[in-house]
Design a protein. Structure first.
Length: 357
């Protein structure tokens, strides 16, 4: 056989030829970090954050300094050290108001002045503006001291459900409950993580740091636009550290063979039998895991296992809204310090698989 013909046959049969869809990949990052451009993070220079994030193997990063610390004139993006040859950098800032905090993310730098002028006077207009400019508006720590007051009937694009260490204080569990209450209304809303790391030198940096937690997104490529698209679509899971286990979750219709994954919704007009699969990617050989499946906001099944994948079947009623998501518990040896206490054995969680949403 002619060599070229052989090569083209190989390419055809394996579907890696020109024009083949580029496979989506899971990428990890931190979407909530403060640098010395925030007055409460003066000991955290941008260069140090970038090199730490690169060393942790992160694929993307957003440094989100407080807008009110610089009177709305965002300095971070113009910092000569805000660059990386290894990570995709997003352009974000923390919209810091008396009504709550949120991160506004762009794939490119944008004019922040209109947002600063609006502040918290007209939040619907702020969201409209963000969407006109192709920006992603994401609520921060909705149940913390700086609570999210405007509620979730507004078209926010995602919400942070896991800030810093999981268990101290116990705001993250409350943020997850709030998120479930939103999902139960029939609204798809992405949950993401954010370390909210402010310091690289003091005690805080030893308790948690960049990547605690890590947000994983399944994006089409490494471009900032693709990362934000995956975030908006809910192709997202969270892990307590960049080196920790990551959850994958899928459902297959046993009759049609249709398969969906995290962030997808399947239309089920009539009662259907579905096969679900949970993969613990990077599972440790000797670890005993507790896997909880949450169905429509309530714990539905808990499995104790030393092996992955975990598989189960479920019947989905026709025309009803329903969602399934997964939480993973076990030991957290890759947390910086006090891992058992601070992280409460919470390893990972997924965004939902939806039906009829
Ligand atoms: Zn905040
Ligand atoms: Zn913050």
């Amino acid at each position: 056989m002619h060599k070229r013909a052989f090569v083209s046959m190989f390419v055809m049969s394996y579907g890696v030829g020109q024009g083949a869809a580029r496979a989506s990949t899971w990428m990890k990052g931190d979407l909530h970090v403060h640098s010395s451009h925030s007055t409460d993070a003066k000991d955290s220079p941008v260069a140090e954050i970038i090199s730490k994030a690169e060393a942790l193997g992160l694929d993307f990063l957003a440094i989100t300094d407080h807008d009110n610390h610089v009177e709305g004139r965002i300095e971070t993006w113009g910092d000569p050290d805000y660059r990386s040859s290894r990570m995709t950098l997003l352009y974000g800032t923390e919209w810091t108001t008396g009504l709550g905090h949120a991160n506004i993310f762009g794939a490119k730098p944008f004019d922040y002045q209109p947002f600063w002028q609006l502040r918290d006077t007209d939040i619907p207009r702020t969201l409209e503006l963000a969407h006109q400019l192709n920006l992603h508006f994401s609520v921060n720590h909705p149940e913390a001291k700086d609570k999210w007051e405007p509620g979730f009937t507004l078209p926010v694009d995602s919400t942070e459900v896991w800030t810093a260490v999981f268990s101290i204080p116990n705001n993250n569990r409350k943020a997850i409950q709030k998120w479930d209450s939103v999902l139960k209304t029939g609204r798809r809303l992405t949950a993401r993580g954010g370390s909210d790391s402010h310091h690289q030198k003091d005690f805080e940096s030893q308790l948690f740091n960049i990547g605690n937690p890590t947000t994983w997104v399944k994006a089409e490529d490494h471009e900032g636009e693709s990362i934000l698209k995956a975030l908006s679509e809910g192709r997202v899971s969270l892990s307590y550290a960049p080196s920790a286990e990551r959850l994958e979750f899928s459902a297959t219709d046993l009759d049609s063979g249709e398969k969906i994954e995290i962030g997808d919704s399947m239309t089920v007009p009539f009662k259907r039998n579905l096969h679900f699969q949970i993969d613990i990617v990077g599972a440790r050989a000797s670890e005993s895991y507790e896997v909880t499946i949450i169905r429509n906001g309530e714990p539905w099944r808990t499995v104790h296992t030393r092996s992955s994948p975990i598989e189960f079947d479920a019947t989905i009623p026709g025309m009803e809204l329903s969602y399934f998501r997964v939480e993973l518990k076990g030991s957290t040896p890759d947390a910086p310090f006090l891992s058992g206490i601070a992280f409460g054995s919470f390893i990972a969680l997924t965004n939902p698989i939806y039906f009829n949403y």
